[in-house]
Unconditional design. Structure first.
Length: 242
């Protein structure tokens, strides 16, 4: 899609599971190291970057249901989890010599900046990474929706979703051996086929503002730029087919 010209600014969304090596852990040093290498490659490749990280390694919605928690409370716990994850990644980036900041709609600790889209753009333009934590600040919105919103706020030309699957498939590739990967698919097709690669509210928001999405498997390859430029990796979700 972008040919030989990779996007100059992206928002990349990671799941919280990227920070652990097994479901028995919350964090693991090897997993965090891989994530830092992915982000380091983005910065060294000259791409400006904002980041959103989920909280699936710490707390998931189904857990709040099992505990009998109110949905709003469960979502608030999840938002707190994203702040914890962002702080872990920020300090790991700083240790790797990469300047990074955490922003959240609700500043919980002194080192977390209050959310400010204009400041975020300024920091990102200086090749510094901004980690957007706390979701949208509201219950009932996923981190996918937060990623689409933050991408638009910083003027990103591409939203990248780094996930467990190498792109968007016609069916669940873990269940169906006949599932085929789309190299490119439109927003309308994703919605009509009810493909579950992203929260549909995030898809609808991206479609409304012509924000293309690239879906690929986390750290496969480690270079996000290489993944974007390859025809053999991932899927572009676009307003219309090129």
């Amino acid at each position: 899609m972008f040919g030989q010209r990779p996007p100059s600014r992206i928002l990349i969304k990671f799941s919280g599971e990227c920070l652990r090596s097994s479901s028995k852990e919350t964090f693991s040093a090897p997993a965090v190291h891989v994530l830092i290498e992915v982000l380091k490659g983005i910065v060294e490749g000259g791409i400006e970057c904002g980041v959103v990280i989920g909280a699936g390694n710490l707390f998931r919605g189904k857990e709040s249901h099992a505990l009998g928690l109110d949905r709003v409370v469960g979502d608030q716990i999840g938002m707190l989890g994203t702040v914890m994850n962002a702080l872990v990644v920020r300090d790991a980036l700083l240790c790797a010599g990469i300047t990074a900041h955490v922003m959240s709609p609700t500043a919980l600790v002194s080192s977390v900046l209050p959310h400010d889209p204009l400041l975020a753009r300024s920091l990102i333009a200086k090749k510094e990474i901004v980690l957007f934590a706390g979701g949208t600040g509201n219950a009932f919105f996923t981190t996918d929706s937060a990623a689409a919103l933050r991408a638009l706020e910083i003027g990103a030309s591409l939203l990248v979703k780094s996930t467990k699957v190498n792109g968007v498939y016609s069916d669940d590739p873990e269940v169906s051996s006949d599932a085929t990967r789309y190299q490119e698919i439109t927003f309308d097709e994703v919605l009509k086929q009810k493909l579950g690669i992203m929260d549909h509210a995030a898809i609808a928001t991206s479609m409304q503002y012509d924000l293309s999405i690239f879906v690929y498997k986390f750290a496969d390859p480690v270079s996000v730029r290489e993944a974007i430029e390859s025809k053999d990796v991932g899927t572009f979700i676009v307003p219309k087919r090129t």
